[in-house]
Design a protein around this ligand. Sequence first.
Ligand SMILES: *[C@@H]1O[C@H](CO)[C@@H](O)[C@H](O)[C@H]1NC(C)=O
Ligand SMILES: *[C@@H]1O[C@H](CO)[C@@H](O)[C@H](O)[C@H]1NC(C)=O
Ligand SMILES: *[C@@H]1O[C@H](CO)[C@@H](O)[C@H](O)[C@H]1NC(C)=O
Ligand SMILES: *[C@@H]1O[C@H](CO)[C@@H](O)[C@H](O)[C@H]1NC(C)=O
Length: 392
Amino acid sequence: MMMHAAVGLWVLSAVIYVGSVALVNEANEFSFRLYRQFAAHADSKGENIVFCPICVSTALAALSVGAQGETHRQLFSGLGFNSSLLTQTDMDQAFQTFLQRANNPSQEDASNGTAVFVDNRFKLKLEFLQTLKQSYFTDVFNVDFTNATESADTINKYVEGKTNGKIDQLVENLDPNTVMYLISYIYYKGKWATQFDPELTEEDYFNVDENTKVKVLMMNLEDSFYTYRDNVLNATVLQLPFTSSYSMLLMLPDVMETLENAIGPHRVTKWLQWMKPRRLDVYIPKFSIKTSYNLNNVLSKMGMTDMFGERANLRGISEEQGLAVSKVVHQATLDVDEAGATAAVATGMDIELLGFVAPTPVLMFSRPFMVIIIERNMEEILFLGKIINPTI
Ligand SMILES: *[C@@H]1O[C@H](CO)[C@@H](O)[C@H](O)[C@H]1NC(C)=O
Ligand SMILES: *[C@@H]1O[C@H](CO)[C@@H](O)[C@H](O)[C@H]1NC(C)=O
Ligand SMILES: *[C@@H]1O[C@H](CO)[C@@H](O)[C@H](O)[C@H]1NC(C)=O
Ligand SMILES: *[C@@H]1O[C@H](CO)[C@@H](O)[C@H](O)[C@H]1NC(C)=O
């Protein structure tokens, strides 16, 4: 039935916040390589960047279960792994560990997973399905891709449910040759260990660039914060811990390019070691950012080219000839407010101490900055972004 058509396979990552892998260093290297691709991309000039590296790598790792030959090698090295040192089974186990790691028993709200939607008439190899189910906890569904509207709707509803409604239009139109759709998703909602008082949130200006100011709602909190001034990269780093073992790091550079070009996992490790508590009067804009990417170009530039074309070797997925990836899309949302990294309500009362108090230094995120959500013990980078304009 599908003998003539080049068979389309879509890989998709819906995410919100991320989780990570046991091979944390490689995974974090991948995060920053991917970040630099986004930052260099002409389209991203003047745009915010928000994405979930581990969600992209989970989808690519799941695909590589069914990839062979050069296609497999490219996926492996694209992810930062050396295929002569690490086998596919090692990688499957690393992802299994990441995906099943015990959930934090706090009020944190998190989920992650993968799914494949398979056309009724398309037969997958048993080993491929078994590995996906065992190591990637993949949900498998049969759909009728000849009805593009209905199958896109089925996928969108699934992702919407898994991300608490945050990502509801992952699929816009399906390629008519689609026989399988692979998804990975992560949802994370964290509450600040110390919440901002909504009463202190006020309208203020954010300087997008020398000539552009936008009005934002600026949150304010005076407290003791772990902070570090990096005098090599000329950036100030602030840590905002959640009630879990996760934190958000906010980096306010003097010059964005200096930070962007030099940031990497080792730098982040040093910041975490060198941060000291200090009393600060901190101002951070509230924002709610949604991004949507087509990753075909980005992944090709990172050396993962064969999976997209006629050279694709995905014979571990099915015996069918001509299986290739047609599109990789990625959507992310990041909401920051007084309560945490998603919407919620909090009230507080600020009791001022009037008198002869030395002024607290002010740290105001009123110009473009970078954010990372990181797990502090494993130093897994869950989420990476650059906020240029909190209002778009
Ligand atoms: C992969 O590992 C082998 C064996 O240690 C080494 O010879 C090779 O240079 C490595 N390749 C890359 C790209 O690092
Ligand atoms: C991923 O989901 C599983 C259960 O579905 C959960 O046990 C695990 O803690 C989650 N991992 C992260 C990093 O959120
Ligand atoms: C596709 O599915 C929808 C919903 O089930 C149905 O209303 C529609 O008639 C179907 N279209 C085709 C071409 O089968
Ligand atoms: C950091 O700032 C100092 C002082 O203004 C300057 O001399 C130095 O070149 C800057 N470093 C970088 C990497 O831009």
